[in-house]
Design a protein around this ligand. Structure first.
Ligand code: SF4
Length: 332
């Protein structure tokens, strides 16, 4: 049973017609997530009074400072936007207190509108002046930057990058792992953290073996630290691991390790099916979920309970598994 992650989403991604031209973006992945997550939204431009529809804004680098201006009206919207960003960032960041001893952020992930001067997290056009002219640089939008800083160690992506299935699978895996961690933190039982570490062992091994070991040491708690401190240290290490896109090699080694548990009970043709599928995954022709489906079917057939308990086999709900990929944005 998967938890319902808390997800922050740019409001124009299917929640309101709040784009500068009164449009809304319909994105299939966001639609799927909306049904499975507790979503909170914001539209920094509409929320700061620019109205809908409105004249577009752009980012201008002037005197070493990144400004948000509205060329058609000459408005400098930077101050209002920065104040809004600071307030929203504080909300998202969360605070360490008795209700939230691990200092968990308000959400388990964020999905922002690509390339927007407000919400973009990368590739946003930056100009030298408000007047027409070529862009001279690119970077994050003002709000996108604030969200990434507030949610360090929590996955933040844009809907364009999620067209790449490697990025999408990493984002979903981290989103759901953090939602499960939130459950453990709220339950407040040390045994819950031990079980969490055990169930995520193969997933973490696939992502980063060194981080997996460090997480194991935190859970072992040789210093006998209080549980709140333990949760906070564990969450920091989780965030460090999740902030780097998992490499295919780690996943392949872990899949082969799991496969080794029952490969001698498979036929020659089944074994070669798996080895060929590994190569297809390595060549980015099939997603990780295709290999996991094979492993799960054999784990069920041979009743490998240890493997069936591993989050690695189904890190996020099946509804989010898609075998299509645009082929765009394969750079990670
Ligand atoms: S990209 Fe951000 S600011 Fe622009 S319409 Fe969407 S939610 Fe609003």
């Amino acid at each position: 049973m998967h938890p319902r992650p808390k997800l922050f989403v740019s409001r124009c991604l299917g929640f309101d017609h709040c784009r500068y031209n009164g449009a809304m973006i319909n994105d299939h992945t966001v639609e799927l997530l909306a049904g499975l997550c507790d979503v909170v939204t914001a539209c920094p431009e509409a929320d700061t009074g620019l109205g809908v529809p409105r004249d577009p804004v752009r980012l201008v680098m002037a005197g070493g400072q990144l400004l948000m201006v509205q060329p058609a009206t000459g408005l400098d919207h930077s101050e209002a936007m920065r104040a809004y960003c600071a307030a929203k960032a504080a909300e998202l960041k969360g605070a360490v207190d008795t209700v939230n001893p691990a200092g968990l952020p308000a959400v388990d992930g964020a999905l922002l509108k690509s390339r927007s001067p407000s919400c973009g997290i990368k590739d946003v056009k930056i100009y030298r002046k408000a007047e027409p002219g070529a862009m001279f640089d690119s970077g994050a939008g003002l709000f996108g930057q604030a969200v990434m800083e507030a949610l360090g160690g929590t996955p933040v992506e844009d809907e364009g990058r999620l067209k790449n299935y490697a990025i999408r699978e990493h984002f979903f895996s981290c989103l759901y792992a953090l939602a499960r961690f939130r459950q453990v933190a709220l339950a407040g039982k040390p045994g819950g953290l031990v079980e969490y570490q055990a169930r995520h062992k193969l997933m973490f091994l696939a992502m980063n073996q060194a981080s997996m070991r460090r997480l194991g040491r935190i859970v072992a708690n040789p210093e006998k630290r209080p549980f709140g401190e333990l949760l906070a240290a564990y969450r920091v290490e989780l965030g460090t691991m999740f902030s780097t896109q998992a490499k295919p090699g780690g996943f392949i080694n872990t899949a082969l390790h799991a496969f080794g548990g029952f490969s001698d009970q498979l036929s020659v043709r089944e074994r070669s099916l798996f080895i060929n599928s590994i190569e297809e995954y390595r060549d980015e022709r099939i997603p990780a979920s295709a290999l996991l489906a094979l492993l799960k079917s054999w784990a069920l057939r041979f009743e490998v309970d240890y493997l069936l308990d591993q989050v690695f086999l189904e890190p996020f709900p099946k509804e989010l598994v898609e075998i299509t990929d645009s082929g765009k944005g394969r750079d990670r």
